[in-house]
Design a protein around this ligand. Sequence first.
Ligand code: SF4
Length: 375
Amino acid sequence: MAMPEKGYEPIQVKLLDWFESNQRKLPWRLLYRPYEVWISEIMLQQTQVKTMLPYYSRWMERFPDLKSVALAPEEDLLKHWEGMGYYSRALNIHKAAQVLVKDYGADFPRDYDLLTRLPGIGRYTAGAILSIAFNLDFPAVDGNVARVFSRLFDVAAPVGERESQEVLWSMARGILPEGKARSFNQSLMDLGALVCTPRNPSCTRCPVRAHCRALQMDVVSSRPRVQRAKDIVSIQTAVGILGRGGKVFIQKRPPSGLMPHLWEFPGGKIQGEETPQEALVREFREELELNIRVLQKIAVIRHQYTTFRVTLHAFACQTTDASPRIVLRSAVDGRWVDFEELDRYTFPAANRKLICRIQKEPFDLFGWNSRQVFG
Ligand code: SF4
């Protein structure tokens, strides 16, 4: 690996000049309010800028400051996050906002150690808040910056590895011009987003091409080196739309584990040689102590999460118990709701797709099934 050349000044000057006239116009860059910078950074952790911008606007309209987040019901935050995934990000924002309001007068401490003690704020987010919001000399290495460094300084080891990360962070510290962290860190981020892109980087219009080791060595297309992607696991599940008296039953997932606090239709993984219908009958017995009859297949929904792919077999069903009494064995809450009310709750993406499918094709459920499911 080639370490940065001595004297970073030419690179710093070129990047800062380039940023001056090429920076992306983003809403949190208007005033650089710490709260806005923080929310934008958390949203961007797993979501592309183009996707997150409408979420960001809606969030800022509903939660314009730390106090409004701290006082909001958790369900409201999750609803505004629905569709972006990784819901623990929203829950951590809630917890951190409550600490900031209670212990720091609804402000952000300008202190790395204090910031990193807050839920959901690690090395990157603290560095981004301190440099972008307060213009303090802290590095911030996100995916864009890692890619730019891996090419500019020809980092041959996979950038996801722990050792490579340490090297990248030390490069980011070393190259940071004093007193200019806000513009400099963002110039690297924007260069990665606009010019030094993952595929087909525009080297001919890159302000630092004269210093780029990967370009000199003709290895741009193999930088950054990536680790072998983890195998995507495929999961088959069965879920039941349980109807009674014109309402459907939904339950709330526990606060820890996958997709905490989200609502869902009951069901679970199909095991061994089970059919989806058999799995559903078993799951209802195990999880709700309820006997059901599976009436009709409603849809098969496929959704790819980051590390697994789910196929969800959805059925209309009704209970066969004369006086049904639901016992929640793993869920923390359960409710009978009107179908129109489902939009008020936050669901995992595959469940939400299922709801949209039923809303588009209501007769499958409310036509043929209405007498049997809801009778
Ligand atoms: Fe990236 Fe090309 Fe610029 Fe090197 S010259 S930093 S590879 S855009």
